[in-house]
Design a protein around this ligand. Structure first.
Ligand SMILES: NCc1[nH]cc(CCC(=O)O)c1CC(=O)O
Length: 305
């Protein structure tokens, strides 16, 4: 291979993340040439409906995977929280980079935090997980859909369409927009999406040379945590259609995981917490999923077929 080609979406955040991976790969492998192959995905093109309504898993992945199958790219960079629990056959995640800020951000031009919003304030988010948590805290709020890339969403806030919006801190920091964060929404009161803040590299599972190059960027503690979060989500059959939240943390050999499943319509939710060993994150994830299901999470999950 002469040049490692990274397939990427074209949003400013996706390009930043892919550039970040390219820089890290060049640093890890002096002499390696790395270039980006920007492309558009269905998740980027359909902007008039909430993602949960478009359907299909991996809305942001498909076109990038096709490029890898056709040999037009060697790997792809994703926000891990947008990657389905089960990858398409033939693909692997050889690297999960160190997690950045895991938290969601409360953003407003007039108010400091959720508690300061006036009665009936309008908050923008299309995420069922964020809607469920907002409803639980403040049943009076009016929740409105908000799609588009990070800059588009901030522009809609600034245009006065919303009193506040919720976005991931990680994306804002990466785009140099950290000063827009009015407050961070923190565990255990507020939970992020499973794997929020973590970047993953995807490649074909039949090319060990490429996988080995990418694996130099893997961050083992982050992988352990997101494996627990994703194992919980998998056990719940979670996707962007379901308000599932989770956050795992490591303390030496001890791995802890908070999980939540809720209802975006009325804010009801169940929560579970468990700890286990860092060498078996999937067991901790399944344990929390079982705790959630015992408390009735099934009511909030779509019917299984
Ligand atoms: N769903 C879109 C998406 N996917 C990843 C991020 C932010 C970066 C990250 O969480 O790693 C965002 C934007 C947001 O939720 O505000």
């Amino acid at each position: 291979m002469t040049t490692l080609r990274i397939a990427t979406r074209k949003s400013p955040l996706a390009l930043w993340q892919s550039e970040h991976v390219a820089t890290a790969l060049r640093a890890a492998h002096p002499g390696l040439l790395v270039e980006l192959v920007p492309m558009s995905t269905r998740g980027d093109e359909v902007l008039d409906r909430p993602l949960a309504a478009i359907g299909g898993k991996g809305l942001f992945l498909k076109e990038l995977e096709v490029a890898m199958l056709r040999g037009e790219a060697d790997c792809a960079v994703h926000s891990l929280k947008d990657v389905p629990m089960d990858l398409e056959p033939g693909f692997a995640l050889p690297a999960i980079l160190e997690r950045a800020d895991y938290a969601d951000a409360f953003i407003s031009n007039r108010f400091e935090d959720i508690g300061s919003l006036p009665q009936g304030a309008v908050v923008g988010t299309s995420s069922l997980r964020r809607q469920a948590q907002l409803r639980a805290l403040r049943p009076d709020l009016q929740l409105r859909d908000l799609r588009g890339n990070v800059n588009t969403r901030l522009a809609k806030l600034d245009a006065g369409d919303y009193d506040a919006i919720v976005l991931a801190c990680a994306g804002l920091h990466r785009l140099g927009l950290g000063d827009r964060i009015r407050s961070r929404l923190l565990v255990p009161d507020w939970l992020p999406a499973p794997a929020q803040g973590a970047i993953a590299i995807e490649c074909r599972d039949d090319d060990p040379a490429i996988a080995a190059l990418c694996a130099a960027l893997d961050h083992a503690p982050t992988r352990t945590c997101v494996e627990a979060e994703r194992a919980m989500n998998r056990a719940l059959h979670g996707s962007c259609h379901v308000p599932v939240a989770g956050y795992a943390a490591l303390d030496g050999d001890a791995l802890s995981l908070h999980g939540m499943v809720g209802c975006a319509e009325d804010g009801r939710s169940v929560r579970a917490f468990s700890t286990g060993r860092a060498d078996d994150p999937a067991a901790v994830g399944r344990d929390v999923a079982e705790g959630l299901l015992r408390q009735g999470a099934g009511e909030f999950l779509p019917p299984r077929d």
